[in-house]
Design a protein around this ligand. Structure first.
Ligand code: M6R
Length: 366
């Protein structure tokens, strides 16, 4: 049932070209510039005119929410807040009638997310569920929604569910933006095409698995690691650090690259691996200068960069190369090496990567 792979986690990482394709299939028509999300039709008007969107989730799903915040604000010009469901549910949040809540959950059973949406629903919010498990509690409690269609995710570490969440959230943002007219038609068509090309590009990224396995051997004995990124890739740094913690038990932290100077830089020594998500985007130059700051303190830099980009060999100890992609869709690519690095380090250390200690697949208690 692992389909020839050693672990479910690896199988699920490698399924991503297919799962993202399945998620887009029948919904995104990049040729004609059409996005159909039938589970949202009934509330389309309210969602488009929402004064505010609040995204609620936990763990990896919360990271997908952070990416969506950047995408929705950029494309739709609707203010977005992203909050841990566990914080939201206990803090008497301000909710106005007509606010749209997007709940993101692979399992659809996470207790905190479920109670958070029940609370918001009572106060007049419209609940949109982005869920993987069909018929799950969060799916049933939502007014509207879109399934991620990633298929069952067995590994405790979320991988394919995350990229499918990003694919759905990007479609939602594009649809709202197109209908509102907050992006022009040319940009809309371009982004539809970029999104449709993602499955193929993920397959290209996966061809680097063996090279990432070599890096895993090199860095597996680190006691700590830092993950840095900016903009759309800042949440990918958080996600990279979470994956490493879960699977390899190495202490890791993710930060927006510029925040590093406000504290974490004190950790940098010649034994600290620092993973930079530094693909070519509007933040690129800034990220490269952060990389210089780390290198000046002798950190061991692993840089995820874009094909054709020239990063001075003096800046990065190792590079992982991504195919070019618009910055809006790039996180679906840059997250793949984060998953593979965590996986191979966990395996190299002899851990049970599918069932890491102390973790459950879905957290159904608060
Ligand atoms: O099923 P959910 O998406 O609601 O789960 C949320 C988190 O528990 C989950 O993403 C967790 O952080 C994963 N173990 C991450 O790999």
């Amino acid at each position: 049932e692992k389909g020839g792979y050693d672990h479910f986690m690896l199988k699920e990482i490698f399924e991503q070209p297919q799962t993202i394709y399945d998620c887009l299939r029948g919904r995104l028509d990049a040729v004609h510039g059409n996005i159909i999300l039938s589970g949202m039709n009934q509330y389309a008007e309210q969602i488009m005119n929402a004064p505010r969107i609040i995204i609620l989730a936990c763990g990896t799903s919360w990271h997908a929410g952070l990416v969506a915040e950047y995408i929705i604000e950029e494309l739709c010009r609707i203010p977005v807040e992203v909050e841990y469901a566990s914080e939201f549910r206990y803090r008497n949040p301000v909710i106005h009638k007509g606010d749209v809540i997007i709940a993101i959950s692979q399992s659809g059973e996470t207790a905190d997310t479920l109670v958070a949406i029940e609370t918001a629903k009572e106060q007049g919010a419209i609940i949109l569920g982005i869920v993987n498990v069909v018929g799950s509690s969060i799916a049933r409690k939502s007014h509207a929604g879109a399934y991620t269609h990633a298929g069952p995710e067995i590994g405790v570490a979320s991988t394919k569910a995350f990229t499918a969440q990003l694919a759905v959230l990007t479609m939602i943002a594009l649809k709202i933006a197109h209908e509102k007219g907050s992006i022009n038609n040319e940009r809309f068509m371009h982004l539809c095409k970029e999104l449709a090309d993602i499955p193929e590009k993920v397959a290209l990224v996966l061809t680097q698995a063996e090279a990432i396995k070599v890096l895993a051997e090199k860095y597996k004995d680190a006691t700590d690691a830092l993950y840095l990124g900016r903009g759309y890739n800042f949440p990918i740094a958080l996600e990279g650090a979470l994956k490493l913690k879960e699977i390899s038990y190495i202490h890791a932290e993710g930060y927006p690259a510029a925040e590093m100077k406000h504290g974490p830089i004190a950790l940098v020594t010649d034994t600290l691996p620092v993973v930079f998500v530094a693909t070519k985007d509007s933040y690129h130059e800034k990220v490269v200068s952060n990389m210089q700051e780390i290198k000046a303190r002798k950190g061991r830099v692993i840089a995820v960069i874009t094909e054709g980009d020239t990063i001075s060999p003096t800046l990065a100890d190792d590079v992982i190369i991504m195919p070019p992609a618009d910055e809006i869709v790039a996180p679906m690519l840059s997250t793949i090496p984060m998953q593979l690095l965590a996986y191979y380090i966990g395996v190299a250390k002899g851990y049970d990567v599918d069932k890491p200690r102390n973790l459950a697949k879905s957290v159904t208690v608060e």
